[in-house]
Ligand binder design. Structure first.
Ligand code: SF4
Length: 207
């Protein structure tokens, strides 16, 4: 997925999608699937007026399966997405449900791990939560030359980055992009990395 730098409250950061509903739907579809395929499915749902969590909650499961058939593991994803949509609808919609206070409840939903929960909070409902991720853990561990868990890396950012929505989104998008483009698990491309001047651990691949 390509990040699109936008105004702080825009949904378009998330691959150019248009709404919180589309971000939530795509979060379920994208696992183990190319973003281009997900974008086409979202476009198709949009054309049919099905790009809403409330609508998905009401769709019979076989119909939803049919709509998302082109993504990998579509049956599992359809079941999880429908379950999520029903829970969200019962709890008053995405805006009410996707809050920091509900983080533990969100994590109880099948198919939602820590990174997805935090990403939904930040990008689908503008909550000041920094998403933990393997990319964050790896890049920060190497830049600071300090072994960190995903949670420690997330806490480090939340403790040190100014509490500002635009900065949170930009920093997350930047870290994920650097992780994907340069900071590989093995043989990171340090010579091309924009963090090279800051990175204290250029040649250690083990962190
Ligand atoms: S300089 Fe190398 S180790 Fe440091 S963040 Fe960039 S790719 Fe990773």
């Amino acid at each position: 997925m390509g990040w699109i730098v936008s105004d702080p409250y825009s949904f378009e950061w998330w691959g150019g999608l248009k709404s919180a509903d589309e971000i939530a739907i795509s979060a379920f579809l994208v696992q183990m699937t190319k973003w281009e395929t997900v974008a086409k499915v979202i476009e198709n749902l949009r054309r049919k007026g099905l790009n809403y969590i409330d609508k998905i909650a009401e769709l019979p499961l076989p119909v939803l399966e049919d709509q998302i058939r082109s993504v990998n593991f579509y049956k599992t994803k359809a079941r999880r997405l429908k379950n999520f949509s029903e829970i969200v609808s019962k709890n008053g919609g995405l805006k009410k449900f996707l809050t920091v206070e509900n983080r533990d409840k969100i994590l109880e939903i099948e198919g939602i791990g820590e990174e997805t929960a935090d990403s939904l909070l930040l990008f689908a409902n503008n909550q000041l939560v920094f998403p933990q991720s393997e990319y964050l853990r790896r890049v920060l561990s190497r830049v600071l030359n300090k072994k960190m868990s995903k949670k420690e890396a997330k806490d480090y950012v939340e403790d040190n980055l100014k509490k500002d929505l635009f900065l949170y989104k930009l920093f997350h998008a930047g870290i994920v992009s650097i992780g994907k483009a340069f900071c590989y698990l093995n043989k990171p491309k340090c010579d091309k990395c924009i963090l090279k001047p800051l990175c204290r651990n250029k040649y250690n691949e083990t962190l």
